[in-house]
Write a protein that binds this ligand. Structure first.
Ligand code: CMC
Length: 390
């Protein structure tokens, strides 16, 4: 009989070779194409990181200008696409809209669904990076009951996105450089993270030759779960539920009694402080200062909860540290987003990672359809029994 390695959750199975992202979970190191995440977050821009992830090198000035043009060229959506949103219930969760709308891109941009053509692969990458903020902002506007705002290509990627989310026809919208920078940084921090559940989903879906829009829609569906991208929404809900610092010990006891998990804590790979969480914490302070919420009670709860958890045996023994989602919720809330949008923002930023990984897989000569095996534990062979004899 065949013998298979049983590895639930793939904790020790490498499903592919990749040159994109390196993680050392014990040391808390994250590198994209060799560059440390904190350097990229502090010194680069999201679009530059997109180029780096897709092409393997940082762009020179001419390459960047061309790339920026390729992205802004595709920021608008087909006019009929807007009607697609109207089919959703008006209170639809924006992630539900994202799963449907991104899958629908394959119907609107059918010309770039040919996965065998390298030029079309690149166009579909540009299209998705360009259109994702427009779709996400529309999901938000629909949820809010406000009119859609069209993209403005002279603005940066992050500023255009914030404008599409927060501008209303009744007043002029003015960007704020501190908040734009924070949005850009949050996107850099979420751009890629090697073979996480949603990225593995994208690769799995793509391994059959499915088109990239459909693959990214599958990735979004996976990202939605509270153990993955849904954690930022859950982390903020948790901090709100705790509410005040005096209620933390009781909450921590509930975690130890295994009644619930501490959201925004723990990671499959990091057994040390998530390097993204460090940058996120700093960004959180900057945004709270800028919007005048320095004394945000939820930040107090978060800081105290982190302190208690990092000194508690339960968390120390299991090497549970804050992950990127612990501070992202407070930051996004201060930027003006409701919790329902948090995972959507994660999806906007992770799109480049998904598509870079999808491209790498398609272009890998060793690529095969993903087809795991199983250990069968069901009934042995037996004969069919007619209904009156059961
Ligand atoms: N709170 C309390 N206990 C925890 C937590 C937590 N957040 N995470 C893990 N544990 C405990 C778990 O109960 C288990 O204890 P024991 O060995 O006594 O049974 C031990 O730690 C190992 O847990 P695991 O579930 O086997 O670990 P995993 O690698 O399968 O899970 C995780 C990783 C991220 C799903 C998990 O840590 C978790 O559920 N965290 C909360 C959700 C979260 O913040 N997710 C965001 C991850 S980072 C961004 C992203 O990828 O989207």
């Amino acid at each position: 009989a065949d013998v298979f390695t049983y590895d639930p959750g793939f904790t020790s199975t490498a499903s592919c070779e990749s040159k994109i992202t390196f993680i050392d979970g014990d040391k808390g190191v994250l590198l994209h194409r060799g560059y440390p995440i904190d350097q990229l977050a502090e010194q680069s821009s999201f679009l530059e990181v997109c180029y780096l992830l897709l092409h393997g090198e940082l762009p020179n000035a001419a390459q960047f200008t061309e790339f920026e043009h390729n992205i802004t060229y595709h920021t608008m959506l087909h006019d009929q696409f807007d009607r697609f949103f109207q089919g959703f219930r008006r209170d639809a969760h924006p992630m539900a809209i994202m799963v449907g709308a991104v899958g629908a891109l394959s119907a609107f941009y059918h010309d770039s669904t040919n996965v065998d053509d390298p030029e079309q692969r690149m166009i579909s990458a540009h299209r998705m990076i360009a259109k994702m903020p427009t779709i996400a902002a529309r999901a938000f506007k629909y949820f809010r009951g406000q009119p859609f705002v069209h993209p403005r290509n002279e603005l940066s990627y992050a500023e255009n996105f914030l404008r599409m989310c927060f501008s209303v026809p009744a007043e002029d919208w003015k960007g704020n450089p501190v908040l734009t920078r924070a949005m850009d940084r949050i996107m850099i921090l979420h751009a890629d993270h090697e073979q996480n559940a949603s990225t593995s989903t994208v690769r799995n879906a793509g391994s059959s030759g499915a088109n990239p829009f459909a693959c990214v829609a599958a990735g979004i569906a996976c990202l939605w779960g509270p153990a993955h991208g849904g954690a930022n929404e859950e982390a903020l809900n948790m901090l709100t539920e705790i509410g005040t610092v005096d209620r933390i010990p009781e909450y921590v006891q509930g975690v130890k009694d295994r009644r619930y998990r501490l959201m925004g804590f723990g990671h499959r790979v990091y057994k040390n402080y998530d390097p993204r969480a460090k940058v996120m914490q700093k960004t959180c302070y900057e945004v709270l200062n800028e919007v005048g919420h320095k004394d945000d009670p939820l930040l107090k709860v978060a800081l105290e909860l982190e302190k208690i958890a990092l000194n508690d045996d339960y968390f120390v023994q299991r090497k549970l540290y804050p992950n990127v989602d612990f501070y992202s919720g407070i930051t996004l809330r201060a930027l003006g987003f409701p919790p329902e949008m948090f995972t959507v923002l994660f999806a906007v930023a992770r799109t480049v990672g998904w598509i870079a990984q999808w491209k790498e897989m398609i272009e890998d000569p060793a690529q095969k359809i993903s087809r795991p095996r199983q250990l069968y534990t069901g009934a042995p062979q037996r004969d069919y029994v007619a209904v009156d004899k059961r």
